[in-house]
Design a protein. Sequence first.
Length: 388
Amino acid sequence: MGLTIAGLMLAAYATSLSTLSGFMIYPGVFAFGLVAFGMLGMGPVTIAVDSYGPVADNAQSVFELSMIEQLPDIDREVEEQFGFVPQFEKGKRMLEENDGAGNTFKATAKPMLIGTAVVGATTMSFSLILMLKQHFGWANLETLSIVDPRIILGFLMGGSVVYWFCGASRQAVTTGAYRAVDYIKQHIKLSGTEKASASDSNEVVRICTKYAQYGMLNIFVVVFSLALAFACFDAVFFVGYLISIAMFGLFMAINMANAGGCWDNAKKIVEVELRQKGSALHAATVIGDIVGDPFKDTSSVALNPVIKFTTLFGILAVEIAVNLQRPVALASGLFFLLIGLIFVYRSFYCMRISNLTPAAHIAENVRKEGVRLGALKKVAQALMPKVK
């Protein structure tokens, strides 16, 4: 997929040199914009392909949760109302096969969505470069040379943020799932035919939603704060950061979408084709699917808005930062960098899984916070001059 996108951009660039060079200064940038526009024009097809996966997945889930085959006289009732004898096992197998096809569809569509973000971000980065050229009065673009340490540092920082994002989003999913399972084990009887109450089911949904929101808050604050901080530090550094976010994000998203689909379909092969559901082999593929679901349904697809937000907001942030006085810009950058690092810490160390119950976990966090505040109070008292 990455080579396909690169090939489209190369073809557009080569075409622009022979057709558009007489009409504009930077024909390649315009050609990249046309590629992004063309990929966005495939949006309805991409959305339809991407939506097939959740539809197939939910169809299987609805069938399993309905437990329709356990209803008394359901065969006779279906035959009387609809005129056919239901074959529940065959239907279940067909839904599982369809779910495997849906996983492949999703893995195919997600890189296309990421590609639109990357090509668009690349085009918008050129607009930022031209704005900086006009603001600083550069005669050419030699300042943005690859040998400039600021560009190299920007590349490294952009890649680091992409990898942090993937880890933080998966950590939020893992912690939320663990808390939900822990609650289910303590409050819901899994053996027998007794169904979970509505309040217990709502509590499981609440736990999953809470950790999804925690992860969303941490990630958004970090992406927002780092974009402001790096824009205030140095505009050239920020150009490298934007380009790196797009490049690293593209290949990480493709890798995770494909890997997640492979893990999920490996489980489907064991269940549908090998008919070994419940075996040790099936247990191994379920563990792989636990990794694959956050890969393909969380981290990979969420890189799309991260790339777009960082690019769009970053262009505005740089335009504000270059017009600030240098001491004010540096102070603002340090302030937002500190906020970002605090939430980076929160995204991992405040989302860790412990052996404590949820209530004990909250109490432990309160205790640690009290110890931390007490230590800070002692430091403040030691630093303050004694007043007689």
